[in-house]
Design a protein. Sequence first.
Length: 319
Amino acid sequence: MKYVFVVNPIAGNDEKKTKLFSYIKSTFRLIDDEMIIEETKRKGDAQDIASRYANEYGDDCIIVSCGGDGTVHEIANGLAHTDTPLMVLPLGTGNDFAKKIYGSKKPDVQKILDSFGLFDGDLRYDVKPIDLIDYNGEKCINVMSYGLDTKVETIGRRLAEKAPFLSHNAYNLAVVPVILEPLHYSIGYDITCIDALTGEEYQMTDENKDYALFAICNASYYGGGFCPAPNSVLDDGILDFTLLDGLALSKALPLIPKYSAGTLVDGEKGVVHMGYMKSGRIWSTDGNPLLGNCDGENFDYNEVNFKVDQKALKLCFMK
């Protein structure tokens, strides 16, 4: 078996990565499996590397993401609908997808490596298929979002790059300048939703919705730890969503801690709408690019067509 460690050199702490990789290399000297290190140099490299190895080696290969959510996003796009599994080592700043799969808002990469057997050579894990979000032919593994959260994501990422010591706190700081602006954006949508009690489908449609944020979730966390979908399930064939109406700052402030903690409820303050969906179309109402992102990667689409891509990716879970 080949283990291909796809490393983002600008993600995380270099000293910590050097120490961890020293342990991992020592482990692979003791076993028959092969360790390969591929370092990314530019945007898109992680996807290309993952796709190349998947095409050549299939299920005789594991792609190990060694970076943050951007690296995970690219590798998921490279591995979708292949036989090659993804393993996630959270070595970035936000590590939001890792928070979901490892059940902690502060995943400990050393404990994760130990659980996978990458320190003692007794490699152990379960491989299970999970859903993705297909949006305009691209894949999202974590959260697709629109509105103020995209602004927070953008500012937070810039802060984290300039001041790595801030870590996930960069996203908390980024909330301040965003909420000081009017929390009113406009979007159009036509979405197929699922009734949680009956399982029946229904349409949610608005051609000019006044909103503050709209998060469509395969997993639970984004933006450095905000939690719009605490009960999301990665392989249930549906997406969780949280839609927040346009609102005044005075109404927004008490909702922020709850949004971070994952304790918002449907109907709260009359502006929170939560539920489940399968597919839909979202478009810009003014012809400008949508204020949106997937897995923290901003896009410039005027219109997005999306759907659940069921069991599209194989993922390694700790036993």
